[in-house]
Design a protein around this ligand. Structure first.
Ligand code: GLP
Length: 240
C-alpha cells in the first residue's frame, strides 16, 4: 500500500486507493484477495477493509458473488441520453433489450401527475411499471404515467408489444419529440434491490423524463431507477 497519505485521509480510503491500483492491473472477472487476506496484508482492521470494498462495489468497480468472492467488475454500459426509447437505445449500442410488465393500473391522477400530463387532478391515468433488461440482466425499473383518455387501451397494447414508443407511434400516431430529463441519486429499496439483483441501499441513478409531442403537449412522465453501479450516462453538449 502506498505510504504517502494525508493525515486527514480516513484509513479506509488508503485501503481503497490500494485496491484501485490493484484493480487497474487486473482484467474484469479477476478475483481480488479476501477480506481476511487484505486485513493481514495491510495491517488494518477488517471493518476498514470492508468499508473500502463496499464503496468499490457501490461504484461498480468490484462485484460480490455470494459464497464465491469479490471480483473486478465488467466495464459499465455507456448509455447516451437521447430522445429514443429504451428498446431502440439498446439496439443502437449493440445490446439486446427485454421488458417485463410488472404492474399496470388505471388510477386517478394526483395533483402532481395531473400537472405533469396537463390533465385535471382525478382524471384517469395509466401507471405502468416495467422491468427493463439489457443482455438478459435486469438493469432498470421504470414507472410511466400517461393519460388514459388520450391513450385508451394502452395496457392491452403493451401486453402485445414491449416498446411503449412503438405502441405510441403505431397505435396512437403519437411521437415524443422533446423531453426534459433529470438525474438524481437514490438508494435501492428492498423491492428494487430484489428486482435488479442488487443490495438494498445500493446506489441507483433515478432518471425522470417528461416528454412532449410536436405540438408541445405532454405525453408521459416517467421515473426510471437504473443500477448506479452499471451505467454511465452520456449527454452530448454543443456550443454551436
Ligand atoms: C426510456 C425512457 C422512457 C420511455 C422509454 C420507452 O426508457 N426513459 O421515458 O418511456 O424509453 O422505451 P420503450 O419504447 O422501449 O418502451
Amino acid at each position: 500500500m502506498s505510504s504517502e497519505s494525508d493525515p486527514r485521509e480516513p484509513k479506509y480510503y488508503l485501503v481503497k486507493r490500494h485496491l484501485l491500483e490493484l484493480i487497474d492491473t487486473l482484467p474484469p472477472g479477476s478475483l481480488v484477495p479476501t477480506e481476511r487476506l487484505l486485513t493481514a496484508e495491510l495491517g488494518t482492521s477488517r471493518t476498514t477493509v470492508r468499508q473500502a470494498l463496499g464503496e468499490l462495489v457501490g461504484e461498480g468497480r468490484l462485484v460480490r458473488r455470494q459464497g464465491s468472492g469479490t471480483y473486478v467488475a465488467e466495464p459499465k454500459i455507456t448509455w447516451p441520453l437521447r430522445m429514443t426509447s429504451f428498446t431502440d437505445q439498446a439496439a443502437a449500442t449493440g445490446h439486446s433489450a427485454a421488458t417485463q410488465l410488472l404492474e399496470s393500473v388505471r388510477e386517478k391522477a394526483s395533483e402532481d401527475i395531473a400537472g405533469k400530463l396537463s390533465i385535471r387532478a382525478g382524471a384517469a391515468t395509466y401507471c405502468i411499471e416495467r422491468l427493463r433488461l439489457v443482455d438478459d440482466t435486469p438493469m432498470a425499473v421504470e414507472t410511466s404515467y400517461l393519460s388514459a383518455a388520450r391513450f385508451p387501451g394502452l395496457i392491452k397494447q403493451l401486453r402485445k408489444t414491449a416498446s411503449l414508443y412503438r405502441v405510441l407511434s403505431e397505435v396512437y400516431g403519437c411521437q415524443p419529440v422533446e423531453a426534459e430529463e433529470t438525474i438524481e441519486t437514490a438508494a435501492a429499496s428492498p423491492r428494487e434491490a430484489e428486482l435488479l439483483h442488487t443490495d438494498t441501499g445500493a446506489p441507483m441513478l433515478v432518471l425522470g423524463r417528461h416528454s412532449f409531442d410536436a405540438d408541445g403537449k405532454p405525453i408521459e412522465w416517467v421515473r426510471s431507477w437504473y443500477r448506479g453501479d452499471r451505467y454511465v450516462f452520456v449527454a452530448k453538449l454543443s456550443g454551436r
